[in-house]
Write a protein that binds this ligand. Structure first.
Ligand code: S3P
Length: 466
């Protein structure tokens, strides 16, 4: 990561304008990786210049995939990438010098999905990342992959990076003709995807079923269907087609502005081209239930059909978002989220906690202990942010109870973003609601927002220049 900077954020009187949000990073990682699996070339426009999706591109290039990158003519601040189809055979032939390392930076999705692909293809290489990524559990991917025959070694069996993959071709399962079944314990799109990707190299393949629906970008981009019993299957016979695809803007990035519109008295923001795949939009439904003024309109930015080269169907839908403050005298309603409501909003909970601080009563998040093993412990990180700003709350092992107050004015605060992009942006949104004549808040290392949203602080500034 480039060297981190502290960021000062002052209270704002009014925030209005149109935003060009960053491209969706979950989709970007997958589009680039899956394009490499095809025998033909793919063109992906609107590729994200954020650090995480760039880690995926550099890993693919280190693996030997040829990728031509140029600035996008249609989506400013993004890239148009031409991925020269590498094909499954070339993945299997790929070899590295002993000790060679693939650096996934801060990106958990890059690491977990590549473990599936490299493990499935039988490549020997070390997969590593930054200190934060080295602290995250990879056993949840490596353990099920080992059932397919993928061999990996982690220091002292820690299940954490650096991970040495010991390449071996996957062979037929004991019960020939039967796919290997994985009933997942956690609804994780990364684990589901890693297994489905490894399955692409397995003669009988895999069948994966998750306890709750997690984001379905892998299924959409690889054209996989869930059967009536919830099983999703891949095998070495699953076709991997070329992509001709524009990446929608990131709904998780839009969430910060949606929360801002819900907690600040004078906001009017438009964001065109935002992904509205139903597995990603639960956060907007939650905020709407709290009373936020969020409206989806038809997207007019789509100048090219968002389709697979030879499948005439929309792969990832998008829409245009309008975000406005609540009407005078209205206040946000408190809400409780738990159980199967959590996986669909897991990335958005730091921002949602900020909204809860402004609700008329107590809100609660339960069953969200997953947050403790994200880029940082996001429950504890948000507890520090809320405490510094004067919010009243109780931290729980698996979530938080937040005692909201309508018309709340945070006190200017100083917090550390802890190298976590979503903590930096959640803190910034909160700081924007301090009184404009007070001292600015300081977000230490706040520039880490660039991991997913390189222009976040520029956008925050541009909304205030009327
Ligand atoms: C992601 C899946 C989610 C999410 C992460 C991106 C993906 O993680 O939190 O930011 O792109 O598949 P889990 O799969 O661990 O829930």
């Amino acid at each position: 990561m480039s060297s981190l900077r502290d960021i000062k954020v002052s209270g704002a009187t009014r925030l209005a304008g149109q935003l060009h949000l960053p491209p969706d990073k979950s989709i970007a990682h997958r589009a680039a990786m899956f394009a490499s699996l095809s025998e033909e070339d793919s063109v992906i426009d609107g590729y994200s210049m954020a650090e995480d999706p760039q880690s995926t591109l550099s890993c693919l290039q280190d693996i030997g995939v040829e990728i031509d990158v140029e600035p996008s003519a249609r989506y400013p601040g993004t890239q148009n990438i031409h991925v020269h189809g590498f094909g499954r055979d070339r993945w299997q032939q790929c070899s590295f010098d002993e000790g060679a390392v693939l650096d996934c930076g801060n990106s958990g999705t890059t690491m977990r999905l590549l473990l599936g692909l490299l493990g499935g293809a039988g490549v020997s290489v070390i997969v590593d990342g930054d200190d934060s990524l080295r602290s995250r559990p990879m056993g949840r991917v490596l353990k099920p992959l080992s059932r397919l025959g993928v061999i990996s070694e982690t220091g002292n069996g820690s299940g954490k990076a650096p991970i040495q993959l010991v390449g071996k071709r996957l062979s037929s399962s004991q019960q020939e003709g039967m796919p290997i079944e994985f009933e997942l314990e956690v609804a994780s799109a990364q684990v589901k995807s890693a297994l489905l990707l490894a399955g692409l190299f397995h003669p009988e393949g895999v069948a994966v079923r998750e306890p709750e629906q997690s984001r379905d970008h892998t299924e959409r981009l690889l054209n996989l269907q869930k059967d009536n019993h919830g099983w999703i299957r891949t095998s070495s016979l699953t076709p991997c087609q070329a992509l001709s695809f524009d990446i929608p803007k990131d709904p998780s990035a839009a969430t910060f502005w949606a929360v801002l519109s819900a907690i600040h008295p004078d906001v009017d923001i438009q964001a065109p081209g935002v992904g509205n795949n139903p597995t990603r939009t639960q956060i907007f439904e939650v905020l709407q239930r709290m009373g936020a003024q969020i409206a989806w309109g038809i997207d007019t930015t789509d100048t090219k059909t968002n389709v697979k080269a030879n499948v005439k169907a929309v792969i990832e839908p998008k829409g245009s978002l309008t975000l406005r403050s609540l009407g005078k005298g209205q206040s946000l309603q408190p809400i409780t989220l738990a159980g199967d409501q959590i996986p669909g909003v897991i990335d958005e909970i730091p921002a949602l906690m900020v909204a809860m601080a402004f609700a008329d009563g107590d809100s609660e998040i339960r069953d969200a202990s997953e947050l403790r093993i994200k880029e940082t412990d996001r429950i504890s990180a948000m507890a520090s942010v809320l405490e510094a700003a004067g919010v009243s709350f109780q931290e729980k092992p698996d979530g938080m109870i937040i005692h909201g107050q309508p018309n709340f004015h945070p006190s200017p605060f100083v917090v550390d973003a802890l190298h976590d992009h979503r903590i930096a942006m959640a803190a910034a949104i909160l700081a924007t609601c301090c009184r404009p004549n007070e001292a600015p808040s300081i977000i230490k290392g706040g520039s880490c927002a660039s991991i997913s949203y390189p222009t976040f602080f520029d956008d925050l500034g541009s909304l205030q220049t009327l």
